[in-house]
Design a protein around this ligand. Sequence first.
Ligand code: A2P
Length: 291
Amino acid sequence: MENQEFTSPSSTLSLVNGKAIPVLGFGTWQTPDGDTAISAVLQAFKCGYRHIDTAAIYGNESSIGVALQRGMNELGLKREELFVTSKLWNAMRGYEKTKQAFFKTLQDLKLDYLDLYLIHWPANSRQYPNFAEINLSTWKAFEELYKDGYIKAIGVSNFLEKHLSALVESEIPPMVNQIEFHPGFRQEQVCSYCRKHQILIEAWGPLGTGRMLDNPNLKAIAANYQKSVAQLCIRWCLQNGTVPLPKSVNAERIRANTEIFDFTISAQDMQTINEMAYCGGSGHDPDQVGF
Ligand code: A2P
């Protein structure tokens, strides 16, 4: 994939329905609710992020809602330049509960529409013999909310091919799959399935939730570009055609994680990183997790 056209966090890619999505998102998993979340998101806006990723289960949607309002009122951002994603938690699967959960999220975020809403984890075959049916009934609510204009794009997270295969036959197939993706965990199988079905991949945990930062191979490669391992990982995600969602609550690191548009990882280094053996994964197999 060519990345020359990407010059800043607000550069965009197009989803299959034409909706523009900024190529770098700001992750907020494990960002504490309250002042920490508010100041992290405001700092992200000041550094050029326009794409904020949260979820009901993160417990910080209300604070992120405050930051979105402040971003618009104090920093002059317009709603239409922001891209806000949230996710339906597992306890709320199914048609009726999905709608309830969605409107609670919308209220907490103090918005009248979401840019992207994702099913956070698939109902899986370990827990539910009828997992495909459950995911489809959740998806029906997603499709309706999309058609009603409450959500500009709909997708899933942590879905493997076996979970996606029922949904891709729907009237409105998923447009995004947000999965764990970082050096040492490239999830080739699900990625190639998504590409075949025009589903954009978002990378959660692009730094391996911090586990990749001490990797000696990555340190050596990053040094050649005078970049940090974090910057190398984020750039590597981008050059692999994914939308990385690095999380930080530290003002300097929030800024540093945007400084990835002034270098290109060579084809040879991309290959070296792509071929790294498995390492740094969370260990959460979406078809086996018990939550
Ligand atoms: P902090 O929030 O204190 O900066 P991931 O995005 O893969 O989930 O990784 C997030 C983890 O990596 C958090 O622990 C975060 O801590 C840390 N982190 C984020 N950016 C950087 C960076 N540029 N350098 C070092 N650590 C970072």
